[in-house]
Design a protein. Sequence first.
Length: 670
Amino acid sequence: MNSFTICIALSVDSAYCLQNHEDLYQSTLKKLVSFLYANPQCRIAMHFSGVLLDWLYKQHPEYIQILRELTVRKQIELLGGGYYDPVFPLLFSQDRSGQIELLTSCLTHAVGKRPRGMTLYGSVWDPSLIPGLQTCGMEYVLLNASLIAPGKRLFCPLLVSEQGKRLKVLPVFSELLPEAEMTQPENAAAYLSWLHDTSCAATGSRHDDENKLVTLQFGLSRFMQLVENGWITALYNACSLQAFDGYEVRLPLEYLHKCEDIEPAYISAGLESDIAKWGMVPYEATENKSGFPVTIQDFLSIYPRNKALYNRVLYIATLIAQTHGDKVRRQAAREKLWEAQNGASLICNPDGVFASNLLRQNAYRSLTEAEKLLRECAGLKTTDFKESVLSYDYDGDGYNEYLCRMQQFTACISRRSGSVTEFDVMHNTGNYADNLKRIAQFDSVSDGYERGLFVDHLFTQEEYEEYKKKQPSGNGVFSAVLYKEAGFESSRHEVKLRASAEFSSLRLPVSLRKNYTANSNGFTLQYILKNEGPLPLKGVFVVESNFAQTDFSDAELNSYRVAVISQGQSCDLGVENVPGSLASCSYMQITDTAHDISFVYEPNENADAVCMPLVFHRPKQGSAAPQIAGTTFVASFCWNVELQAGMEMEKTVSFTVLVPKKRRGSKKKQ
């Protein structure tokens, strides 16, 4: 007998897991399991993140017991995947299998049954996943139908293979989810018939000559809306009433074990269309007319901050693979790495909501903790750690970067703008160089360079005045230049860079030599600015550092405080919400009050100090107005420059990181 089968899946995705788990449990999860328990005709596949499932096991074991009972009576099927909802194609094979096995163990322990199917975060797919997924015991994967060639969207299971390994794919048709006008209970039967007719029309088949399968995957909030208005119950009842016509709702594994109609196919690398549309133009949904699928690497190349986090993830994964010694610490470091691999911090959701600074900083913090554990693997004391400065292509842009692994921090110096693009303090914090840049579409103005630490500018006096007012200024002199390597001495922790540019409307040729010397607590930077032209040069030389916000209790909060010595007097520079400046400064201390970490600047010659907080905006789900996506604190040293033809000037800045000292014993009584 011909049949029309519906498989319904429910995903409690990472966005929900970021909520307070108890609030999520009381507001939604209790209602969900109560509904399922009271309606045995409702059969559904469910996916929980490992973090949430473990929390439920510890805090609400009664919930796990009900899930176990629902599994025994074959009403639900729990889907596997990665414990932290990672983007699988970005992981090393050991991390892929480790995350899958961790969630599999969690599910087996909770409900007594090993999962045979799984989901992929964002349907981020690559054929190279097939052997590893099969090795982990997975028989099938749910994959968004937008990745499948139109000729293979046959409303039946697909069989994909790689290196002799095979895996079944259940296409998920997100475009067939019910529209708002179809979600009244009285419309459920009509929706069911529409699904059947649509599937037959799409394959050019008559209603009675071929079996059909439609897999629908709901998010938690949408599913609960349909539960509360009675539509889900009406849909299951409609299937029961039409059972004699072959209509039925099945669990995926149950269907696959009985299905003999499976179509071989090849599915190239890609990600679901609702996310892929954001991967062509930054922060703008764009239709893909190229004929080529958008891959995860295409997506990351569009968003520098997401790519920077992936670079750090890849580096720590490589470091773990190369580290030998204490197996316990090494495994603990790997688990911290897995935490940071959460897909929500690397790509956006289908509505175009991108990872916030909070998500990225949490990931960076986990990676920093992993690196600290790895440093301890060689010995029981962190003082056994050997500092190093390495030169290699850290971010895959085709140019070597310089990775400084020092006692108090890990930093990456880029040849693009010659700035520090990553600065991870080992005192349990994130990446202080994780900064966005302003985009006119959302921030009214656009920055012409990527913001990091020690970004260099050469301004005219007029441009400098605009700069102090938070306005974009200058034409990228040194801030958007690719520096050349003038020398590198790993043993002495020295990096020497050189850049050439043209200054002002006169297009005066200028050059800048920039030398980094790394030490355990910071850097010493030497600048040599030279007028290479035949005419006098007059301007303002600026060394700018941008510190990402690390306190997220308030979206617009500036948690940095500034103390300076100006003209021999110590004072605080009030820059909570507005720019501030002081002349003739010999010392500046910027303190991250959220973590009690300070950054001290000491120039060899007095300089003007300019500090300002900046707020960045990005698209907001369901609203035309953008939302606050991050903040940064800008601190700059500025020197007036007057150079005759062929002359040069030298400036030196000492940069030191001060972290809180460990307290031993109990606090003294007052």
